[in-house]
Design a protein around this ligand. Structure first.
Ligand code: BGC
Length: 776
C-alpha cells in the first residue's frame, strides 16, 4: 500500500515537472530573441537619481510597493511580471502607499540566529508557513531568503540574517524554512551562494578557500537545503571564490549546484552582483537582478557576434518560464492584502521565547509576579531592537519594548527611570538625521549614547526597587561589518552602567539581570561576574518585549541553545587573524551603480576549523560553547544504545532524556561524532544530528533516536575529490553542548568508505597555509 502511494506521488511529481518543462520550452520557442533577453534581465530598481547611459535604471511596475524587484512580463504569451521581495526575517514591503488609507505591515519574525537557537525544525517550519502566507497574501511571488551563510566571524555584519557557525544546523534550518514558506505555493531564494561571510568589500572581495573548507563548511548548508528542500531559486553572492565571481562561476552554479546536487530551479544574481552579464549566463546564472539596460545590451551584442550561444539563453529562459508558471501571479491568485497578522504575532512570540538563550543564572530567574518594582536600565530597555538593518529589516507595525512586555505581564516598572529614559531616548532619536535607505546603508547612524545615571539616583533606585535589569543593545546589517571596539566589546559607558548598577544593587542584596539584545555575538567574559543572570534575547521580532517577559517570568522555560560560540575574546576566534582581509588601494574600479569598488581578498587560513570545530580541536576555551544554554530545570541522560558496534551503511543511536528538575521544560539533544584519526585531519568532534524533546514534565522521560549514515562520517578528501571515511574507531557523543558530553559509545568502521566522488571544482589559484590542530 505504502509502495503504491509512494510510486503515485513520484509519478505525480515527475509528470508535473515534466509537463511544466515542456510547457516552458514551448513558450520559449514562441519568443523573439528580444523577449528572451528581456526575460533574463530583471525590470530594474527605481533608485532616485540613478541612471545608466541616460536611461532610468528602473522600469518596474511597482506591483507591490517596496518589493526588491520584478521579472519581465510577456503578456502575448500569458506571462505576467512576477515580484520578488526581501527577506530572511519576514516580508519587506512598504507599509504605506500613496493615496491609499490601507496599511501593508508584515510580521517582523525573530532573526535567523534566534530561530537556529531553538534547534526546533518543526517550529521553524511553522514560522516559514506563516511567513510564506504573508508573501502570498501581499501578492509577492518569491521571498529573498532564507540567508544561510556561515557565521565565520562574530563581526560579520549580516550574521543576524544567517543561522549558525555550523553547516548542519544552517542546512536543516533552511530546509525547514524553505519547506514552510513554499508550502504556500510561493518561492524562496536561498542566499548568498556562497562563501559570502563578510560585508567589507562585499562586491569585490575574493574569498580564497581550500576545496575542503568550501565543501565541508561553506557549501554544505546549501547542499543540504537543495537536496532536501529543492528551493525554487538560489541567489548567487557578490563575492568571488578563488578568483571568479560566484555569479560567473560555472563550477559553482552548474557543475556543483545542478549536476552534483540536482538543483532544478533558477539562479538569480544578488542585486547588481558580478560584472559580466554574458559570463553570468554562461555560468548558469539565469536571472540578472534587479536588471539594467547595459546587461541587455551586452547580451544582445554577444548573441550577434557569436560569443554567446542562443541555446545558453534558451536554457535560462526555460528555467525562468518554468518558475513563472508556478507563481501565484501566473495563477492569478486573488491575494487579500490581509494576512492574519494577529495570529502570526502569537507565533512570532512563541518562536522568540523558544530561541532565547539563558547564559547564566545565579538564582536570579525566573522573576516572580511578586518581584516588586523592577528598575530597568539601558536605553535599549525602552527602545528594543526587533531585527537587523538593511534589506533584512522588516517594516512591522510595532515593536514591544522590554518595559512594555514586562508591564503587559503584570510586572511593576520603576516609573521615574522609565520616564527619564523614555524622554531621553525620544529626544536623542529626534536629533538623528533623517536618512533614506541608501544614505543609511552607506553611513549607518550610530545608536544613541547611554543615558548617564547619577550616583544619587542609582543609590535611591537600589533602595526602592527589588531587582535591576540592564539591556545592552547592538544592531548591524548589510553594507558593513561590526567593529571590535565599542561593538563586539562593550562601550566604556555600558561597562560603567553595569558596574554602577551592580555595585548599588548588590550592596542591598538585590539581583542584577542583563539582557543582550543583539543580532550577533558580543564579549561577555570581562563583565559577566557583575550580573546574576544573563539572557541572550537576540533580536526577537515585533513581539520582543512580550517574549522576553515570557522567559523572565518563567511562563516559558528557556530552551534555546547557542548555535554560535561566544568566545572569551575576539582574538580567540580562528578567523580573527584574517578577517576581513586585505584591500588593494589604488586599484579601484567602477562597480554597482557607478560606485567605486576596491579589489580585496580574504584567505580562510583556518580551513574547516570554524566555530566550535576550532575551539574544541585547538583547546581554546570559549565563554559559552556551541550548543550551550541553561534551563529552569535539569535533564538527565541515560541508556545510550547503538544498533550495532560495527558500521554497515547505517547505525541508529538512541538515548533517554529525563527531566530531573522541578519544572516542565524542553531539552536540545545533540549528537556529535569523533572520527577515527586516519588519512585526513578531523575536528575533535562534529555535530551530526540534533533534536528537541517535547515539553517534559518533572520526572518525565523521552527516548530520542538518531540515524547515522555514511555521509555523516565522511570528510572531503581533496586529493581524490571524494567524500570518504577512514576505517577505525568512531565515537558517538551525546551532549548538552559541544563541551558538555553526557554519554559516549564507540563503533567501528571495518574498511574505508567512499560515499561520493565529485568533480574538481573551485580550485584555489594560490596555495593556502591552513592551520591544523597540534595533534596532527
Ligand atoms: C542584498 C540581498 C537582497 C537584495 C535585494 C542586496 O543588496 O545583498 O540580500 O536580497 O539586495 O534587496
Amino acid at each position: 500500500m505504502k509502495y503504491v502511494s509512494l510510486l503515485a506521488t513520484c509519478l505525480m511529481i515527475f509528470s508535473t515537472a515534466f509537463s511544466q518543462s515542456t510547457k516552458a520550452k514551448d513558450l520559449v520557442k514562441k519568443m523573439t530573441q528580444e523577449e528572451k533577453v528581456n526575460l533574463v534581465v530583471g525590470m530594474g530598481m527605481n533608485i532616485p537619481g540613478k541612471m545608466e547611459n541616460g536611461t532610468a535604471v528602473g522600469q518596474i511596475s511597482d506591483k507591490v510597493a517596496g518589493a526588491a524587484g520584478e521579472t519581465f512580463a510577456i503578456p502575448r504569451l500569458g506571462l505576467p511580471n512576477t515580484v520578488v521581495a526581501d527577506g530572511p526575517a519576514g516580508l519587506r514591503i512598504e507599509p504605506k502607499r500613496k493615496n491609499d488609507p490601507n496599511t501593508y505591515y508584515a510580521t517582523a519574525w525573530p532573526i535567523a540566529s534566534l530561530l537556529a537557537s531553538t534547534w526546533d525544525t518543526e517550529l521553524v517550519q511553522q514560522v516559514g508557513e506563516a511567513m510564506g502566507n504573508e508573501v502570498k497574501e501581499y501578492g509577492v511571488d518569491v521571498l529573498l531568503g532564507p540567508g544561510m551563510n556561515i557565521h565565520r566571524n562574530p563581526l560579520g555584519g549580516r550574521n543576524f540574517e544567517y543561522y549558525s557557525e555550523d553547516p548542519l544546523v544552517s542546512g536543516k534550518m533552511a530546509v525547514a524554512m524553505v519547506n514552510g514558506i513554499e508550502s504556500n505555493g510561493v518561492g524562496t531564494s536561498i542566499k548568498h551562494f556562497a562563501a559570502n561571510n563578510q560585508e567589507t568589500h562585499r562586491n569585490s572581495v575574493n574569498t580564497i578557500a581550500s576545496e575542503r573548507a568550501l565543501r565541508e563548511i561553506y557549501l554544505r548548508p546549501f547542499e543540504i537545503a537543495v537536496k532536501e528542500a529543492q528551493p525554487w531559486t538560489v541567489m548567487s553572492s557578490y563575492n568571488l571564490i578563488n578568483g571568479t565571481f560566484t555569479s560567473e562561476s560555472r563550477d559553482l552554479l552548474t557543475t556543483i549546484l545542478r549536476k552534483e546536487w540536482g538543483f532544478k530551479g533558477l539562479v538569480m544574481t544578488d542585486w547588481f552582483g558580478g560584472k559580466d552579464a554574458v559570463a553570468q549566463l554562461k555560468a548558469g546564472n539565469d536571472l540578472l537582478m534587479p536588471g539594467t539596460p547595459g546587461q541587455k545590451k551586452a547580451i544582445t551584442e554577444a548573441l550577434s557576434n557569436g560569443s554567446l550561444d542562443i541555446n545558453t539563453l534558451n536554457e535560462s529562459a526555460v528555467r525562468i518560464v518554468d518558475y513563472i508558471i508556478n507563481t501565484q501571479a501566473f495563477k492569478k491568485y486573488a491575494f487579500s492584502n490581509k494576512p492574519d497578522l494577529k495570529a502570526h504575532a502569537l507565533l512570532a512570540r512563541q518562536a522568540a521565547a523558544d530561541g532565547m538563550v539563558l547564559l547564566k543564572n545565579n538564582s536570579a530567574l525566573p522573576l516572580h509576579g511578586s518581584a516588586g518594582t523592577i528598575a530597568a536600565f539601558g536605553n535599549t530597555s525602552y527602545d528594543f531592537i526587533s531585527g537587523g538593518t538593511g534589506s533584512g529589516d522588516v517594516n512591522e507595525a510595532y515593536t514591544i519594548s522590554l518595559v512594555d512586555g514586562l508591564t503587559n505581564a503584570g510586572f511593576i516598572i520603576d516609573k521615574e527611570l522609565s520616564s527619564l529614559y523614555s524622554t531621553y531616548v525620544t529626544a536623542e532619536k529626534a536629533k538623528q538625521p533623517k536618512k533614506t535607505f541608501f544614505e543609511e546603508f552607506a553611513n549607518p547612524t550610530p545608536r544613541i549614547p547611554e543615558l548617564d545615571i547619577d550616583h544619587n539616583l542609582m543609590e535611591r533606585k537600589a533602595n526602592e526597587a527589588s531587582v535591576a535589569l540592564i539591556t545592552i543593545g547592538r544592531n548591524a546589517g548589510e553594507g558593513s561589518d561590526r567593529k571590535v571596539e565599542n561593538d563586539f566589546n562593550l562601550k566604556a559607558s555600558e561597562v560603567a552602567l553595569i558596574d554602577a548598577v551592580s555595585k548599588a544593587f548588590h550592596a542591598k542584596g538585590k539581583k542584577v539581570i542583563v539582557i543582550i539584545n543583539s543580532g550577533g555575538v558580543i564579549e561577555v567574559s570581562s563583565w559577566q561576574d557583575k550580573a546574576d543572570a544573563l539572557l541572550l534575547s537576540w533580536q526577537p521580532g515585533l513581539e520582543a518585549g512580550n517574549a522576553v517577559a515570557d522567559v523572565l517570568s518563567g511562563k516559558v522555560n528557556p530552551s534555546g541553545r547557542l548555535a554560535t560560540t561566544f568566545p572569551v575574546k575576539y582574538s580567540d576566534v580562528a578567523s580573527s587573524k584574517s578577517f576581513p582581509g586585505k584591500e588593494f588601494p589604488g586599484k579601484e574600479e567602477t562597480g554597482m551603480l557607478g560606485m567605486k569598488v576596491m579589489p580585496a581578498e580574504v584567505t580562510y587560513n583556518e580551513g574547516i576549523y570554524v566555530g566550535y570545530r576550532y575551539f574544541n580541536s585547538f583547546g581554546v576555551k570559549p565563554a559559552y560553547a556551541f550548543g550551550y544554554g541553561l534551563s529552569y530545570t535539569r535533564f538527565n541522560y541515560s541508556a545510550l544504545k547503538l544498533s550495532s558496534s560495527t558500521f554497515a551503511g547505517k547505525l541508529t543511536a538512541s538515548v533517554i532524556v529525563t527531566n530531573s528538575g522541578s519544572v516542565a521544560g524542553k531539552e536540545v539533544v545533540q549528537l556529535y561524532i569523533t572520527a577515527s584519526k586516519g588519512k585526513l585531519d578531523k575536528p575533535s568532534l562534529e555535530l551530526k544530528a540534533f533534536t528537541k524533546t517535547r515539553v517534559l514534565q518533572p520526572g518525565q522521560s523521552q527516548t530520542v533516536s538518531f540515524t547515522i549514515n555514511g555521509t555523516d562520517l565522511a570528510s572531503f578528501d581533496t586529493g581524490r575529490s571524494a567524500w570518504m571515511a577512514d576505517a577505525g574507531k568512531y565515537s558517538v557523543k551525546i551532549g548538552a553542548s559541544s563541551e558538555d558530553i553526557k554519554l559516549a559509545a564507540d563503533f567501528g568502521v571495518a574498511k574505508e568508505i567512499v560515499t561520493q566522488r565529485v568533480n574538481k571544482a573551485l580550485l584555489p589559484q594560490v596555495s593556502i597555509n591552513e592551520e591544523k590542530p597540534l595533534v596532527y
